[in-house]
Design a protein around this ligand. Structure first.
Ligand code: FES
Length: 125
């Protein structure tokens, strides 16, 4: 993190990511996983909502844009956070969705919004 203002944090340039690449950033006590799929950028909290497993390194299937937790195999749509399958193969109805981060792309730069749906992301937190 080398640049921030009161409302957003610079993570990296859109063109710094190749297709299918992902990068994890720490912003204060938060972790953000940025990925490029089909030319689009997505940002999620890299933590499975079942039992907190770090999902930053699990395999992502670019089409249709899903990842599978390596611990109990919950499957999520990384574009929406929607659970498609719960742990142990159950349907995803009772699995909380992945937390998505709000961000903007400003002249090719991925800027994480400080104000998220669930609160404020702060470098000091
Ligand atoms: S921790 Fe991910 S499915 Fe259980």
């Amino acid at each position: 993190m080398n640049e921030a203002n009161e409302s957003s944090f610079f993570l990296c340039g859109v063109n710094d990511l190749s297709e299918g690449e992902r990068r994890k950033f720490a912003v204060g006590s938060s972790e953000v996983l940025i990925m490029k799929l089909d030319g689009k950028i997505f940002a999620i909290e890299p933590m499975c909502t079942h039992d907190g497993t770090d999902i930053a390194q699990v395999k992502i299937h670019p089409v249709p844009g899903t990842l599978e937790c390596s611990k109990h195999y919950a499957v999520f749509d990384v574009r929406t956070g929607t659970p498609l399958r719960g742990p142990f193969g159950a349907d995803g109805d009772t699995q909380p969705p992945l937390r998505l981060y709000d961000f903007k792309i400003d002249t090719g730069r991925i800027m994480l919004s400080a104000k998220q749906e669930w609160g404020i992301v702060s470098e000091d937190s």
